[in-house]
Design a protein around this ligand. Structure first.
Ligand SMILES: [Zn+2]
Length: 433
């Protein structure tokens, strides 16, 4: 109550949170960046027709997959020489990038890691010109599990170019085909500068190596945020989460604003990972997520913001059908509860704002369009709807309802609460809190 600084923090974080959240479970790798999946699917189906026979193509695939298998085995063993064996030693910049990749990847601790070729790309003209007719560009899928984090393998794509030399196939480029990849392909935390990986409990934080101190700080805050989520999300969650807080704007994502007009600054995103990936698009069930912090805000990251995003992480694997008001409302509910767990803090100003400014205008459950055009009203009202449901059902049944919504969609509402959507809106508007 008497803690103006914290009050401000609560409200400020909210403003920043707005819309980050919209993307949080709605956007998956490849869904956003220009030149990503849709383009890739169109632009990448074949190599030049007639260039190789089917059996020659199969032999090439077998040889390159063999090379990639040696590479992943070498990486897991910590064998730099083995990892670099496939890399053209004549190219200093490529060699430096690949050595850095090895150094960074070794910091994570993988329980499994595999590389395999996927679809072939259209030849990159500059490379074909420089390296000749055997030049071959392909999507390479990296499937991996980070120790203590990923329950099953997750996937990301790379665009690698090889050429054939008398001694065999050799990697000659790792960036020129990036435009054909999914939105976060070759934009993983290990693809930029040297990193520090800080582990604290089940939390893993990735920062620039020069900002290792920031990693420790973020890990402390993240661990507290995990506790808050576990307190108010009444279903089992192991709290294992990877938080990326790097200075580069294009790590895993390139868009840090959203909404219409001037839009919003997104403070952080929860990026969902899926059990499969084909042609740069996610396939199958969601199996986990990463939190990526807006670089501009990484040094001012507070617990409240992480609580919101971690609620998305804790619930991401339940299913994709929860309506947006439930997704964002729950994240805001947990965030506000966690603020008020500290008796010195309150969200009263926010409460007042929602009751006087937003609820009177609320006509229906907020939709994606509401979040796009009036994020304040959408987040505030969605929060209040969840406050009402938590009051009516208790946190345990609220978690059951949310799980049902994630698996079945909004149509389950009546069965679980006895309310139609219109009745829910009417009750939430009347709810005093
Ligand atoms: Zn959110």
């Amino acid at each position: 109550m008497n803690h103006p600084k914290r009050l401000y923090a609560g409200v400020a974080a909210l403003a920043l949170v707005a819309s980050g959240a919209v993307l949080a479970v709605r956007v998956w790798p490849g869904g956003e960046a220009p030149g990503s999946s849709a383009v890739a699917a169109e632009a990448t189906p074949t190599t030049t027709p007639g260039q190789l026979s089917t059996s020659q193509e199969a032999a090439r695939k077998k040889a390159i997959d063999g090379l990639l298998a040696q590479r992943s085995a070498a990486l897991l063993k910590g064998d730099l020489k083995g990892f670099m064996a496939a890399v053209d030693p004549k190219q200093a910049a490529l060699v430096a990038r690949q050595r850095l990749l090895f150094t960074n990847l070794r910091k994570f601790g993988f329980t499994s890691l595999k590389y395999a070729t996927a679809d072939a790309f259209r030849p990159v003209p500059s490379l074909a010109e420089k390296f000749g007719s055997s030049t071959f560009s392909t999507r390479v899928m990296m499937s991996y599990q980070i120790r203590g984090l990923d329950p099953r393998p997750v996937h990301t794509d790379l665009g690698y170019t090889f050429m054939h030399r008398p001694a065999g196939w050799v990697l000659i480029d790792d960036t020129a085909a990036d435009e054909y990849l999914s939105g976060d392909g070759h934009h993983q935390p290990w693809d930029f500068t040297e990193i520090s990986v800080v582990r604290r409990g089940a939390v893993v934080v990735v920062v620039d190596k020069k900002e290792a101190g920031l990693g420790t700080k973020v890990a402390q805050v993240a661990e507290k945020a995990v506790k808050s989520v576990r307190k108010h999300w009444a279903r089992p969650w192991n709290g294992a989460v990877l938080v990326v807080a790097m200075p580069q704007g294009d790590v895993m994502s390139t868009l840090w604003t959203t909404g219409t007009g001037d839009g919003w600054t997104i403070a952080a995103k929860a990026v969902t990972l899926f059990e499969g990936e084909q042609l740069g698009r996610p396939v199958g069930r969601p199996i986990g997520s990463r939190i990526v912090v807006n670089p501009a805000l990484r040094k001012r990251l507070d617990k409240d913001l992480l609580v919101h995003e971690m609620t998305h992480v804790a619930t991401a694997t339940l299913g994709l059908k929860a309506p947006i008001w439930a997704v964002e409302g729950l994240a805001e509910y947990v965030r506000c509860r966690s603020i008020e767990d500290d008796p010195h803090w309150t969200v009263d100003p926010y409460r007042k704002q929602v009751k006087t400014k937003y609820l009177p205008k609320l006509k229906a459950l907020p939709s994606s369009a509401t979040f796009d055009t009036n994020a304040d009203l959408a987040y505030g009202s969605s929060w209040w709807i969840m406050e009402y449901l938590a009051d009516k059902l208790g946190e345990k049944k609220l978690a059951t309802l949310y799980t049902d919504l994630s698996q079945n969609g909004e149509s389950i509402l009546k069965k679980d609460t006895g309310l139609t959507t219109a009745q829910l809106v009417a009750q939430a508007k009347k709810f005093k809190g």
